[in-house]
Write a new protein. Structure first.
Length: 357
């Protein structure tokens, strides 16, 4: 049984990471929806940055926006927004067929907006309004100081993706913030069916290498990822959740994703081959998805395992969790600044070409 068959049997969703404009325009995404049964995608600045540096697919959009007086960061945002809208339209039939369980496009919050926590709910609301598509998830960091914002954004009815989340303890806190927002909506007589997924980047291996040997770190990543899934299942079995479910709340979902969707050196392939579970989501790049779906491994659903190692790793990551979160935020900010620099350079090139003609 290969990866694709295992996922289909388990009712796990496959989301495609790092979707490019070329894939959106040449029918690549539509083929993946049909052949791989992809039910969600991620658009992010890193992918647009690579496309800007390697082809001229954005040149006409840059020229048009500059002509309209849109430049700088506003232009950078507009380029991404156009890709998100296009992807959301291609996935809309999945969104409607599954009643909003799948068919989503994820988009990270503009990284330079993260510093002002008090303004974060307003920024997210403006982003969601600008996108004008119901099947878009705004991704925000799952840091402790973001919990109040998660609650407020959820209570406003805006679909959220939080992440990355590195430990079960932290996942519980993020989920608690979401539930508080849902309960506010119920108390106000509003529809509580606000989508919420939480991302778990399987980079625990790297985080644990200082204190564990490689084999233990890999095993620990699998254990911890499974434990986070079981945390969500326990929440779904709680009376508090059942009360919300009766009112129409959607299931919580966990996204398992490699860093930037990439599988490296066969390690993540081994990890992902054991992370198969109903209602979970696996998010990989096109290359990573191709490799994963061809792995021939026996079906391995979530099971209990080495409790001693699990406890040890969780203790390690609980100490490092906030630093890991902040490190991920910093990484996104650096990539965003690179993206802004590239957009400025491409804008100058477009203007120069216009002068020459």
């Amino acid at each position: 049984m290969n990866g694709f068959q295992r996922v289909c049997h388990s009712e796990q969703s496959l989301w495609l990471n790092n979707v490019t404009r070329r894939s959106l325009q040449d029918g690549g995404l539509r083929r993946h929806l049909k052949v791989w049964s992809i039910t969600g995608v991620a658009i992010n600045p890193s992918t647009v940055l690579e496309s800007l540096n390697s082809n001229h697919l954005y040149a006409s959009d840059i020229e048009r926006n500059l002509g309209d007086g849109v430049y700088g960061e506003a232009l950078a945002r507009e380029l991404i927004v156009e890709d998100v809208r296009f992807a959301a339209d291609q996935l809309r039939h999945v969104y409607e067929r599954t009643s909003g369980v799948d068919g989503w496009v994820t988009l990270p919050i503009w990284p330079l907006s993260v510093d002002n926590i008090e303004m974060l709910p307003k920024v997210v609301a403006e982003m969601y309004s600008q996108l004008k598509r119901p099947n878009v998830l705004i991704t925000i960091p799952g840091c402790d100081h973001m919990l109040a914002a998660i609650e407020e954004i959820t209570s406003a009815g805006i679909p959220l993706n939080t992440g990355p989340v590195f430990t079960p303890h932290h996942l519980i806190k993020v989920t608690e913030a979401y539930l508080k927002g849902i309960e506010k909506r119920i108390a106000q007589g509003l529809v509580p069916s606000v989508c919420f997924v939480s991302g778990c980047i399987t980079k625990t291996v790297t985080a644990c290498r200082e204190e564990l040997v490689e084999e233990q770190a890999i095993h620990a990543t699998i254990l911890l990822s499974k434990e986070m899934y079981k945390v969500l299942r326990r929440i779904h079995a709680s009376q508090r959740w059942e009360r919300a479910y009766i009112k129409g709340v959607r299931p919580l979902r966990l996204v398992w994703s490699a860093q930037d969707g990439v599988l490296e050196n066969g390690v993540e392939e081994m990890i992902f081959s054991q992370l198969i579970a109903p209602f979970a989501i696996m998010s990989l790049s096109e290359e990573g998805m191709q490799r994963y779906l061809n792995i021939n491994e026996p079906l391995q659903l979530v099971t209990d395992d080495d409790q001693t190692l699990k406890s040890r790793v969780e203790a390690i990551l609980n100490k490092k969790s906030e630093n890991l979160q902040e490190g991920e935020v910093g990484r996104r900010v650096r990539k965003w600044i690179d993206f802004l620099d590239t957009v400025a350079r491409k804008s100058a090139e477009v203007m120069q070409m216009k002068k020459e003609f």
